[in-house]
Design a protein around this ligand. Structure first.
Ligand code: SF4
Length: 314
């Protein structure tokens, strides 16, 4: 027997995931509108993506970015799980005739007139169970006549912790602009956002370490940096944000988000777009994770300014 033969390797596994997850609509191609989920990212980086410019950095290392495919697939599976988990939940807001809530209209399309692309995860509706115990009848309006959107995220340790430490608007501005845009185009009055952690145990470990550093901190700065670990509202597995007044953000955010999206849509030369980050910066995000960093440095600072979003990080 040839002892070099094995059933499969990690490389084979990643190839399998890649083959599984390349849906026709996700194949690499020129995109004419920015993604709602990334609108606050560096404008030049978005332009490289939209113009399908070959990646000059992490592509080699990731061998076609197969690791990202694994994460995307896990995100889809986690969303299915969450939808099942919330089906049947009751609350004081549910009508006495209903049997619980359910997520409907999953992955609806935005209208062609939308300035961004995206696949909203669904809407929260009331339902009645049928003979098979499955939801069969839905009420279109619910919760004080509000149309209520639903967005789901599966976060890694860094993003989850950032969300918890800084809150939704500072910690996850891309989610905020995403739900504002989805809500505006789909007529949502409100939205529920579920943020699931990929790894609760690492979150607990991080908290234990930070708590120790906080308690032993010899400077105010150290104590402040680790103060988050003393909060008793950390749920290491899931954070749920309910925004019952989502529509009140439309007037304030939609004009600037639309201006940014439309400017990105008209970019002809991504190398000419003014950078919104510094590729010489030693901090990891965003440039050290950017797939076009080498090209960006070679292209220079650029001259085409894209209007900023009020949700962009400093
Ligand atoms: S390297 Fe930095 S500045 Fe350049 S495109 Fe990427 S994120 Fe933007």
């Amino acid at each position: 027997m040839d002892t070099n033969l094995v059933p499969f390797t990690a490389e084979d596994y990643l190839d399998g995931i890649h083959a599984l997850s390349v849906l026709p609509e996700n194949e690499t191609r020129r995109r004419f509108k920015p993604r709602a989920s990334g609108l606050n990212d560096c404008a030049r980086q978005q332009s490289y993506y939209m113009h399908n410019i070959p990646r000059t950095n992490k592509a080699e290392e990731d061998k076609g970015r197969r690791d990202h495919k694994v994460t995307a697939e896990l995100g889809r599976m986690a969303e299915d799980l969450s939808v099942k988990a919330v089906t049947g939940i009751t609350s004081p807001l549910i009508s006495p005739e209903a049997d619980g809530i359910a997520i409907r209209n999953r992955q609806v399309s935005l209208p062609d007139t939308a300035c961004v692309t995206g696949h909203p995860d669904g809407e929260v509706h009331q339902f009645k169970r049928g003979e098979t115990n499955e939801p069969t009848q839905y009420a279109e309006e619910l919760f004080d006549d509000k149309r209520w959107g639903f967005e789901h995220k599966l976060f890694g340790r860094y993003s989850y912790l950032k969300l918890f430490k800084l809150g939704l608007f500072k910690g996850a501005p891309n989610i905020v602009s995403q739900v504002v845009l989805y809500g505006y185009y789909l007529g949502w009055d409100a939205v529920t956002i579920v943020a699931l952690s990929q790894d609760a145990s690492s979150m607990r470990g991080e908290r234990t370490t930070s708590l120790r550093l906080h308690e032993k901190g010899k400077t105010v700065e150290t104590r402040n940096r680790h103060a988050w670990a003393t909060r008793d509202d950390l749920n290491p597995k899931v954070l749920v944000y309910n925004l019952p007044t989502l529509s009140s953000f439309y007037d304030g955010f939609i004009p600037s988000l639309t201006a940014r999206a439309e400017a990105l849509t008209t970019v002809e030369d991504p190398d000419a777009v003014v950078r919104e980050a510094d590729p010489g910066d030693s901090r990891p995000f965003p440039c050290n994770y950017c797939d076009w960093k080498d090209r960006c440095i070679a292209a220079g600072p650029g001259s085409v300014i894209i209007p900023v979003s009020p949700l962009q990080e400093d």
